[in-house]
Ligand binder design. Sequence first.
Ligand SMILES: NC(=O)c1ccc[n+]([C@@H]2O[C@H](COP(=O)([O-])OP(=O)(O)OC[C@H]3O[C@@H](n4cnc5c(N)ncnc54)[C@H](O)[C@@H]3O)[C@@H](O)[C@H]2O)c1
Length: 470
Amino acid sequence: MSDEGRDGVRESALSRRGLLAGAAALAAGASLGAPARLLASTAEWRADLAPPAPVGAGRMLGVPFEKHAEVRLAIVGTGLRGRSMLNEWLAVEGVRVTALCDIVPEKAERAAAMVVKAGQPAPRLYTDGERAFERLVGQEDVDFVYTATPWSWHTPVMLEALRAGKHCGSEVPIALTEDDCWALVDASERARRHCLLMENCCYGESELTVLRMVREGVFGTLLHAEAAYLHDLRAILFENRDEGLWRRQPHTQLDTNLYPTHGLGPVAQYLGIHRGDRFDYLVSMSSPEAGLTEWRERTEPKDSPTWQERYVTGDMSSTLIKTARGRTILLQHDVANPRPYSRLNNLQGSKAVFHDYPARLYIDGAKGGERWTPLSEYRAQYQHPLWQALGERARSAGHGGMDFLMAYRLVQCMREGTPPDFDVYDAAAWSVPYALCAKSVRKGSAPVKFPDFTRGAWQGATAPQGPATG
Ligand SMILES: NC(=O)c1ccc[n+]([C@@H]2O[C@H](COP(=O)([O-])OP(=O)(O)OC[C@H]3O[C@@H](n4cnc5c(N)ncnc54)[C@H](O)[C@@H]3O)[C@@H](O)[C@H]2O)c1
């Protein structure tokens, strides 16, 4: 499909696809199920769920939620992440959990017990098969559908939710192909409902402190940022439960950055991506693969089915993104080698530089010369209002507090009837490197254009994204 996403081009591509695919593809898709077709786009095999947006459909930039006295929440996927976020939402005032869905009934029941223990009525459970969410999304008493399923189910769940007229949010990334990113943008615009990436890292204490410093001009002109997901997941990837059941599979399928959004979301927020700038193009290259193969040799019994697998994802994926305003971003991914955790989270401006892990800053002309000062020394002056108000409460929650604040902000926006902190365009742009890095790697690191998911609206958008800094 076209990278440009102009309405005319897109409409004809999708119409042609619809004519060719038709009912036969639909039936085939239904019987195949998404995980078996990890690399195929949902937009292709469920064309009925992803019609192009009507020409001239309004954009979803800055669109407020309608006000909700109470937010009625449904969760699809009640594994580790689903239950951990359920715990956060149960701690936020004004949330009622009305429906839960998982293909493993015991997991949905465990989550339901948490809801009841929190003093709420027992939620309805949907556990009969991998498409049970199709019935859940139609339930009257659901305002927001959150999906924490394996990656390949994110798009199908969100498209169904939008078709049913529900706001929805997905764990990271929202989609694995360019077509599916477009399908979600179109579906969100058509339904006039929000489709969000639940990127918790945007709510971290360091990230929001730096965001406030950016907005207050501490960094001067922003030039360059670095973002990553560098996390030793070897043991988890080979477990015979939870993520070990599905998260190794993409490593056998695609040489790309498999998890771009944790690093990219906060950096996009600093740079105001879709607020006067956008990702223009990227070039990507991958190192050889060694980590998973060597881990298997050391830890897996010789009769393990994992010996049938061949890992094709290069261990260290390095990508350079150029923005329309000329700024540069280094984006990396490695989950297969020993190392302390890092999302890099670095920012260079004309007046200051920030590096995370550990969080430290140098401001031009600072006393003591060119040396780092811990970010904590600037906290009293620049701590984000959200952390000032809720930091104590948040700190004991998941991932150092960012999970609680993300849950809190969604509910606050829905109850107050304000726009969400991020929108479907951010979700698509932060997720699409999964597909684009693979394309660049395949072409010998050739430049690959980002689609403009906003169809030009980024140029006029000025309202800052993320929770307000002042
Ligand atoms: N934002 C974060 O910090 C963070 C942390 C961990 C995981 N995640 C993301 O959350 C998602 C889930 O990860 P996890 O660690 O909970 O994995 P998990 O394997 O523990 O949970 C996934 C759950 O989805 C269920 N499931 C599978 N197919 C389904 C379907 N068709 N319908 C309903 N349920 C289905 C599984 O039975 C399982 O309970 C992934 O996208 C992962 O990348 C995000």
